[in-house]
Design a protein. Sequence first.
Length: 229
Amino acid sequence: MRVLLFDIDGTLLTTAGGGNRALRQAIEEEFSVEDPDTRISFSGRTDRSLMVELLQRNKVSPTEANCGRLRRRYGGLFGAELRRSGGTLLPGIVPLFEALDGIPNLDVAVMTGNFPETATKKLEHFEIRRWVRWIIGGDLDVHRDDMARRAASVVARRHGDSHQETIVIGDTPADVLCGRAIGAKTLAVTTGEFSRDQLTPAKPTLLLDDLSDTDRVVRFLVDDELLSD
């Protein structure tokens, strides 16, 4: 059994800033903050770490209760903002998932810094949720390596001794590094905020411009004669 853990933002799709706008609105409405400051780096982060930093930046105590309030308000606003902003499904995603669908001994999942509920909304909005069997989100871990270790635990429970290999697919150095933290192969793409020169030092197993070369990507992700019995 081979497990594929796809990142979402910058790897599968973009939301044209919809998440940032929903966060700004959520902070403003939930905590009565005028003109909230959301000028922080989002790439490669977990939503749990983002909630803490955003609350601190806007002079709100990052208690569990306040983080929960922000998460609920953000989640309630995000769907409408996504529908307004639209966003883009990145090159090659649908053909890739179609090619992977039905290949035996392959478990296709998402490992994302997003909260599971907003991750699901993104996948559903772009009509790709049906190809994803399960989701690990960034709701419990501040550090992405810890999120990857949690994903590895899920893999162990799901597949036990039948697990052969895990591959992490993402667009940031953090995706590559968290994959290495769990002994996974990594595929990095430059469809997010990071260039080849910025991704190369993280030493991904394979570095591509995007996922549009379906045959090449499938060979890397699957090989072993398509994991046939």
